[in-house]
Design a binder for this molecule. Structure first.
Ligand SMILES: *[C@@H]1O[C@H](CO)[C@@H](O)[C@H](O)[C@H]1NC(C)=O
Ligand SMILES: *[C@@H]1O[C@H](CO)[C@@H](O)[C@H](O)[C@H]1NC(C)=O
Length: 373
């Protein structure tokens, strides 16, 4: 993708006549000048293979580039982690109009949607930070990194509400993961002091803490016939799905904020709000409805999306299709059926076919006067 980007700026210069290349160049220049700073390009690292060349990753700020140069193997973990949190994001939003879709060949990854300080942006910043913590911490435990290891504080004896136990094995070094994720992911936001930077920092932290929240003590019982008079334990991260589910709930109740007058923090927009924003996602702008394709807003629209006729939720045809209606198609579905257990040890199934209706949202109907012309 890096090579593609480079060629794409070169080719037109070589093959087109002069005026075109001039226009093209001014266009690129304009793009470079006006590309907003919120495009968080480290997300793009997901696309890199084994060879991470820090100078070629577009959009890293200096601090990130330095961290990349000093810890190239961590970048690879971040890149693999990115595939995972993007998949989780798409899973969480599969029934929504905005479905966390990514754009290939676009180093902003999510496109212009993220330029808006919406609750979708809040979620993406949180889950991407969580994803970095998760990826780095796991890589530490797997011994894949030279700069970290299992948590060396988890040694000797300890106690929990069930009594004493001995630390054994490899406890996940979540504090290292959080520390690195903070310095790498937050680096970009530390460079400016505006409302969006504050929002990103807040949501990044929320994401990191979500991973820590679901650390769990895993234990083995020892002693006479499983009496559990002796326990050995280690601290481990839970499946990333739990972090995804948690942040998704936080998305639903995200809090609208405005910057306070001296620009050092937030005020909650709702005057009746009581409580703390500390562990909540915050956003500044309302979301677009994501109903129609709108390139300038980065909205793909919902034309062609599959919807559920009997659901009253966000995946219901009424909501998903924004009242435009839907098309219905009969399709053949193949499922496993009549499964039998065969001695020993296999399960054999038949393939059964039935017909099901699949509903997809109609495209936006253009006004009649457009069809006439
Ligand atoms: C998300 O929605 C777009 C159109 O709105 C569609 O093209 C894409 O396949 C969807 N992605 C997923 C992962 O469902
Ligand atoms: C459609 O929605 C209904 C009601 O929420 C649910 O029971 C059903 O499983 C959904 N069907 C599919 C195919 O998701």
């Amino acid at each position: 993708i890096i090579r593609y980007k480079r060629n794409s700026t070169k080719c037109p210069v070589q093959h087109h006549s002069k005026p075109i290349s001039k226009i093209y160049f001014s266009f690129i220049l304009l793009l470079l000048i006006f590309t907003p700073r919120v495009d968080s390009s480290w997300w793009h690292i997901r696309a890199l293979g084994a060879r991470v060349i820090c100078d070629n990753i577009p959009g890293l700020v200096n601090k990130q580039r330095q961290l990349c140069q000093h810890h190239p193997e961590l970048m690879q973990s971040i890149g693999e982690g990115a595939k995972e949190w993007i998949r989780e994001c798409q899973h969480q939003f599969r029934h929504h109009r905005w479905n966390c879709s990514t754009l290939d060949r676009d180093h902003t990854v999510f496109g212009r949607v993220m330029l808006r300080s919406s609750r979708e942006a809040a979620f993406v910043y949180a889950i991407s930070s969580a994803g970095v913590v998760y990826a780095i911490t796991r890589a530490c435990s797997q011994g894949a990194l030279t700069s970290c290891n299992c948590d060396s504080d988890k040694r000797g004896r300890a106690r929990d509400n069930r009594g004493n136990f001995d630390w054994v094995g490899c406890s996940d070094n979540i504090n290292y993961g959080i520390k690195f994720a903070t310095s790498f992911v937050d680096a970009r936001e530390k460079m400016v002091k505006d409302a969006r930077a504050l929002m990103n920092l807040h949501n990044n932290r929320c994401g990191r803490m979500a991973v820590k929240r679901f650390m769990k003590l895993e234990c083995k019982c020892h002693g006479v016939s499983g009496s559990c008079s002796l326990r050995t334990c280690w601290l481990a991260m839970s499946d990333f799905r739990r972090t995804g589910d948690y942040l998704r709930k936080k998305y639903n109740r995200a809090i609208e904020v405005t910057m306070n007058q001296d620009g050092t923090g937030f005020m909650v927009a709702d005057k009746d709000f009581k409580g703390s924003t500390k562990n909540e996602l915050v956003y500044i702008e309302n979301s677009p409805d994501y109903c129609l394709m709108d390139r300038t807003a980065g909205s793909l629209g919902t034309a062609g999306r599959v919807c559920n006729k009997s659901s009253r939720g966000t995946d219901g045809c009424e909501v998903m299709c924004c009242g435009r209606g839907y098309d219905t198609m009969r399709v053949k579905r193949v499922t496993k059926c009549e499964c039998k257990f065969k001695w020993c040890c296999a399960v054999e199934c038949n393939h059964c076919e039935d017909m099901v209706d699949v509903h997809t949202c109609k495209p936006h109907k253009r006004p009649d006067w457009l069809d006439i012309t």
